[in-house]
Design a protein around this ligand. Structure first.
Ligand SMILES: C[S@@+](CC[C@H](N)C(=O)[O-])C[C@H]1O[C@@H](n2cnc3c(N)ncnc32)[C@H](O)[C@@H]1O
Length: 272
């Protein structure tokens, strides 16, 4: 019987280079065993035994379909409703302020939407802060097609909803049961605000039209090097309107990046 496949250093480097080229995700040698585990899972589903053979298989695929699957396998999609919740409080206050000044059109971009918990939390925040009479839209993008498929469905197991306040849960989700499992389905009111699309943050310029009011680009820049981060931050700056906000993850910052954003507090920036 064959033992488990071994990812040698040379093949690891080839995968790391390919993944960097395709997604901007930087994989140092400390990620070797993580990469081996994630690629191994994909290889098992394809019936491929050796990493070298999988590399050849991905490289041969002219349709890029397997490249998408490779990036899906590598990307880390950890997320949560109301993750780093202070950003949603800040956003709610901003929206109410802008609404009071007479603004009726609101555009928000969720740049690493993962499985949807963040964009649905944004949608709840917009719904709470703004009336029915406002034109409000959220563009939610990610590189992972697997994560986006979950996000589009907008249906979550009960245990994922523990961070959603109870009164918001009943206002914005309907509960359903599948066997013994309880699920919460986002109501149409939230879904109608959201548009999901695949977008690679490492390859600006992006096709959407500004100007945007707010960009949430959280917990994704940690995977990029300074070159990819710089291009991304420049592009976000271009797409935001003057007075628009950028939120990054609590462990991220724009320090060391040449840009014209002004820090309001750690992880919260404004375009002057
Ligand atoms: C850890 S999750 C963060 C999700 C969410 N923003 C949050 O803070 O909870 C990182 C997400 O970034 C996505 N990602 C990684 N590289 C990307 C790229 N080059 N372009 C777009 N999304 C990317 C991953 O697929 C993943 O869904």
């Amino acid at each position: 019987m064959n033992g488990p496949a071994i990812l040698d250093d040379h093949t690891f480097e080839r995968f790391a280079n390919l993944i960097y080229e395709e997604s901007g995700i930087t994989l140092g040698s400390h990620k070797h065993s993580l990469v081996a585990a994630r690629l191994g899972k994909r290889m098992r589903s394809l019936g491929i035994g050796r990493f070298e053979d999988y590399f050849a298989y991905v490289s041969r695929d002219d349709s890029d379909g397997e490249l998408v699957m490779l990036i899906d396998a590598i990307s880390t999609n950890v997320t949560q409703f109301y993750r780093e919740a202070v950003h949603f409080e800040i956003l709610e206050n901003l929206l109410r302020g802008w609404r009071n000044e007479g603004q009726t059109r609101f555009r928000v971009w969720c740049a690493a939407a993962s499985t949807g918990e963040e964009p649905y939390t944004l949608a709840i925040t917009l719904a709470k802060a703004l009336g029915e009479d406002c034109d409000k839209r959220i563009l939610a993008t990610d590189i992972s097609t697997r994560a986006l498929a979950v996000a589009r469905q907008g249906s979550y197991e009960a245990k994922k909803m523990e961070t959603v306040p109870r009164e918001l849960l009943s206002a914005y989700f309907t509960s359903t049961s599948v066997g013994v499992e309880r699920f919460y389905q986002a109501r149409d009111g939230l879904k109608h605000m959201l548009q999901f699309a695949r977008l690679n943050l490492a390859t600006p310029p992006f096709p959407m039209k500004g100007p945007l009011d707010v960009v949430f680009c959280r917990n994704v820049m940690i995977y990029f090097d300074q070159r990819v981060r710089q291009r991304l931050v420049n592009e976000i700056h271009r797409l935001l309107r003057p007075g628009g906000y950028l939120m990054v993850g609590h462990s991220e910052s724009l320090t060391g990046l040449g840009n014209t954003f002004r820090a309001i507090k750690p992880s919260v920036y404004v375009k002057d």
